[in-house]
Write a protein that binds this ligand. Structure first.
Ligand code: 5GP
Ligand code: ZN
Length: 137
C-alpha cells in the first residue's frame, strides 16, 4: 500500500529501530513510547486492522509478540508488559496497518488502564446475547 507509514517501514523506505524480522512479521521500537522499549509488532503485508486479519497471519504476529514480550522484559528490565491492539479510530487506532503494542511496564510508571463501568440490572444478559448471536452466524 503506497501511502501507509508501516508499509514504508517494512520496505525500508522510512527508518526504524528494528528488533525482529522474519518471513511474515517485523517488530520495531515505537517512535513515541509509553515507556522505553515499547515495541510495535506488524505483519509485513498490509492489513488495515485486527478484525480484518486472517488467522494464519494473526498466529504469526501473536507468536512474535510473545517472544518480543519476554525479550522486552529482560532487555528493558521491565517487570511486566501490556500487549494491546487498538482497533478502529474510536479505540485510538491512528495507523491503519495492524500492529500489536508490546509496552514494557515498571512499578510506578503512571500508565493507567481503563476504569470499569457497572451494568444496569439485566443489561449484561442482553448484551451477551447480542454478541452470542453475532458469533453464531
Ligand atoms: P495506534 O494508536 O495506531 O495503535 O498506534 C500507532 C503507534 O505508531 C503510535 O504509538 C505511534 O507512536 C507509532 N508511530 C507512528 N508513526 C511512527 C513512525 O513513523 N515510526 C515508528 N517507529 N512509530 C510510529
Ligand atoms: Zn501498510
Amino acid at each position: 500500500m503506497t501511502d501507509c507509514i508501516f508499509c514504508k517501514i517494512v520496505q525500508g523506505e522510512i527508518p526504524c529501530e528494528k528488533v525482529y524480522k522474519d518471513e511474515n512479521v517485523m517488530a520495531f521500537l515505537d517512535i513515541h513510547p509509553v515507556n522505553p522499549g515499547h515495541i510495535l509488532v506488524v505483519p509485513k503485508k498490509h492489513v488495515v486492522d485486527f478484525v480484518s486479519l486472517d488467522d494464519a497471519t494473526l498466529a504469526s504476529v501473536v507468536s512474535v509478540a510473545k517472544k518480543v514480550g519476554a525479550a522486552v522484559m529482560r532487555g528493558a528490565g521491565a517487570q511486566g508488559v501490556n500487549v494491546m491492539i487498538n482497533n478502529g479510530a474510536v479505540a485510538g487506532q491512528v495507523v491503519f496497518h495492524l500492529h500489536v503494542h508490546v509496552v514494557p511496564r515498571f512499578e510506578g510508571d503512571g500508565f493507567k488502564l481503563w476504569p470499569g463501568k457497572e451494568y444496569a440490572a439485566g443489561e449484561a444478559g442482553v448484551m451477551a446475547q447480542k454478541i452470542r448471536v453475532e458469533l453464531s452466524v
